[in-house]
Structure formats: C-alpha cells, structure tokens
Ligand binder design. Sequence first.
Ligand code: ARG
Length: 569
Amino acid sequence: MQKLKEEIGRLLAPLVQLEPEEVISLLEVPPETAYGDIAFPCYVLARQRKQPPPLIAGELSKELSGIGGHLWKEASPRGPYLNFHIDPSAYGSDIIQRIRDEGLTYGNTDLGGGANVTIDYSSPNIAKPFGVGHIRSTVIGHSLYLIYKALGYNSIGINHLGDWGTQFGKLIVAFEHWGEEDELLDDPVDYLYKLYVRFHKEAEVDPALEDQARAWFKRLEEGEAEAVDYWNRFRSLSLDNYALIYDLLGIEFQHFHGESHYNDMLEEVIQLAREKGIAVESEGALIVDLEPHGLPPVMLQKKDGATLYITRDLAAAIYRKETFNFARSLYVVGAEQALHFQQLFKVLELLGFSWASQCIHVPFGLIRFKEGRMSTRAGNIVLLDEVLRRSIEMARTIIEEKNPDLNNKEEAARAVGLGAVRFGDLSNDRIKNIEFDWDKVLDFSGETAAYIQYSHARICSILRKVEDTDRKFDPQAVSLLIMDEEAALVKTLALLPDKIIDAAEAYRPSILARYLIDVARDFNRFYHNCPVLASEGLLREGRLLLIDATRQVIYNGLALLGIEAPEEM
Ligand code: ARG
C-alpha cells in the first residue's frame, strides 16, 4: 500500500495545497473494499475552502480523471471521501515483482534505524517447573523480538529470571529438612518443586518454618557461602531444564540476567531514592509514597533490610538504560502485574529519569487448559514441556493419517505441533484470557497455524510439479491476473509490510497472525476458483508467479511468529 499512498500523495498534493506527506498521513482504508481501496477525507479541506466536503470530493475526482494514475484506475467521490480504486493488473505486477525481488526480506522496513529495543520476556522463576503460565510471555515476547528486528531495530531479548527472593529461603529449609540428594539429581526441577509444595503444606502446621526460611534468605542476601552454594545449585539445575524448552522453541536470549544480577546495584537505587527525597521510613521499612499519583505505596526495603521484586526491577531498568540506551524497553508480563509496572514506571519518573516514558508494559491475559488455572502452590501444574511434546505427538498422528507416505514426518510434526501451541496463543488478542482446546488448535481447516502451513505446503507441492523451476518475473503474465480472487489475493499480499508495523506499534503479534489467516483464506478461495497447473500459457505463468509470492508471504509472516513453514506435510 505504501507505494500507492505515495503515488496518491504526489498527485493530490498540488491540487489540495498540502505537502505529499500530509496527504499520505490523511489517507484511510475504507470500511468496505467496494467503496475503494484508499480514501482521502475531504472535510479537512472544507474549512479552508468553505465548501461542503462532498462537493470537494466531486471536484477532485474530475480533476484527477484528467491526470490518471499508474497503480489506480479510478478516483470516485462518495460522501465526504474521495475513493481510489486500485488497477489490479498494474498493482499486482508491482507487488508480485517486489515480493520476488525482496524474497525473505519482503515485509521488512528500516523504521528502527538500528535503535535498541530491550524485550524482557519469558522470565520464569527458578526452582519451579516451567509451567504454561510462562508460555504466553515466552511466545508473545519472542514474536515481538522478531517483529522489531524485521523493522530495523536491534532487538535485545532479556530473560529476567526469578532467581532471587524469599522462596530460596524456603527451598533451603525444605531441602535441609527433607531433601534427598539422589532424588534431586534424578529430576531436579520436579523435585525442587515438590519440596516447595511440601514446605507450604508443612508451614501451615508449623509456622516456625517461615521464620527459618526468612533467616536463610537473609544469609543468602549477605552472601554467606553455604546459602550461596545451595542457591547456585538450585539455579543451575533449573537452567539446564529451561534450556531444553528454549532449544525446542528455537529461542535464544541475548541476556540471561536474572533478578540476582542486580543485587549489588540495589544500595545505589535506595541511595538515589533518599537523595531525591521520595523515599521515607515507615515502621522501619523504606517506602515511596505514590498516593499523590493515585497509586499504592511502593516498598523498597523491608525492616529487616531485605529488598523486593520492585527494587530489583528499578535497578534492572536503570542498568538497561545505561547499558543499551534503549529507544523502547518492553516488559512482556501478565496483566496481573499491571500495578507493579505502573508503580515501577512512576518511581523511575520520580527519580528523574525522563526515559521512564519509553518503558512499556505489554500485558496479556491468562491461558487456561481444560485442567483449570495452574498454581505452583496448590501443586497441580501443567508443564510447558509436556504441552509442547503432546502437541507434537498429536500433530504426528494427524500427519500420519493424512499423508502416510511423507518423507520428513518428524520435521513436519514438530513444525505443526509447535506451531499449534504458538499460534493458539498468538492469534488471540493478547489481553483476552484464552481457553486452550486441542481439537481447535490442531484443526487443519480452522483458524490455525496448521491451516496456514498447509496452504504453504500445498503451494510448494504445486510448484514442485512444474518443469521449469527457474521462473523469471514476467510483467505481461502478471497483468493477466484480473479475476476478483486474484485481485483480492494480490491486495492482501501487499499488506504484509503494513501489518508488521501495526503489530509492532500495538505490541500485538495477533495482528500479524490474523492477517496470515486472511492470506491463507484468500489463497484457498483463489485456488478453488482459478486453476493453476491446468491453465495455459502466460496465464498459467502469471498464476504460478502469484502463488509463489503467496508462499513467500506466508513463510515470512509465520517466521515472525516463530513458526516454521514446512514444504511438505
Ligand atoms: N519472574 C516473574 C514472574 O514469573 C516475571 C518477571 C517479569 N519481568 C520483570 N522485569 N519484572 O512473575
């Protein structure tokens, strides 16, 4: 669309006494494609010209008909709007050629100009199993990481591990009381988690355990060797376990700095808060009063000197600004922490950091499996690892059934299984709670990754059947694509760059996910009505070019959701 907008901007600017950029910024997409493909609202000129907008729209339409366009064929007035209608053959030729030329980079732009964007995502809590509670952050965060990269930003993925806090005191107490070395080594994270659950059960009867836990955590904060040894072991055993999941998902973090990383920066933060006069003592604890800002107070330090989650987040934010000088700093964390982030950003602002406004909480709703919401304390947790493996297995069964002769079944099952989980999450507006339903996410004809992947594989299979694989762009062949289904598909393919930008600006990979469903749907409609291999001569060539471009768009789009597109499935 950008090229069309630029053309309209250039043509319209002298007629309306505006700069081309101003015209472009006013352009809108009409609610119905029947009205037109791009609309220029004329009421902006009404005040200036002291004429009713419909009259202006009519006049402009007449003036333009004498000039004519390249990518559009008609500019018609409708109420206060001047609607431009794309010339399908010129437009299609332009888009298909561009997709061919740009290949794997089609959709990318250089909006970011290399600026750093930090993306805090995944961030599970050490010594707890990687539950599905963290899947949304992992999947949404990783997609945003990829999307920002495609826009020319330097994305920096940060895993802010929950590797500090009173829970380590609890774990040490539990291990001291009930721990068995061989069980720990057998299945570390599962065992640590059982100990954690047991701690809470026993502490209900014996509250003294809580005091012991606090004491151990204090020793840990003071760097006492025995406590630090325990902590180190629990931490590295957990990390080994998480590494399996990140490998499976193909995720790499640029920074693996957990909360503990900021321990020796906390004093400085507290000092700064005192200097700025925003921290006050209250019953021995140090707090920041946020009442004037309509927020509950923030505790920076407890009366026993222990620091808190938010203290470490303050240090982390400052560290990130100093280290990366980010243009934006995203926190992909559940909506239940919205208040935490409001407080965090407000305190940063009160500390005098104007860049606090560049910090953004990207919240999301809960994910629910049939089993109900998972809680680490109650002891029933749905493990992400299990969910992923189960999905791959179910995909394998379906593929086995649909395509028993397939060569690379394992690869396809992996792509489809992992794609189902990712897409099941990403295709929903992130702020909504989602109900995860296996039958739905693996439905090959539903709004799923499998449906999109299947369209891609189908195109690959058509292209494999063609003798001359070395296809060259042929404007004449493409100019024959004038059927409604062809024009609709071309228009949709043209939208990828815009959709990537929209997804980044709204921090919503779902925009891209929904778009890919549209692409697959438009492709299937086209394929249903317009024979490809069975058509002849130049038209066949034009259609082959069109589906090849569709293949590229699906491939590139899915890649930004972290989803693979196998050539066969
Ligand atoms: N570990 C935290 C949790 O599981 C999430 C951390 C999010 N990032 C942050 N900078 N606070 O709830």
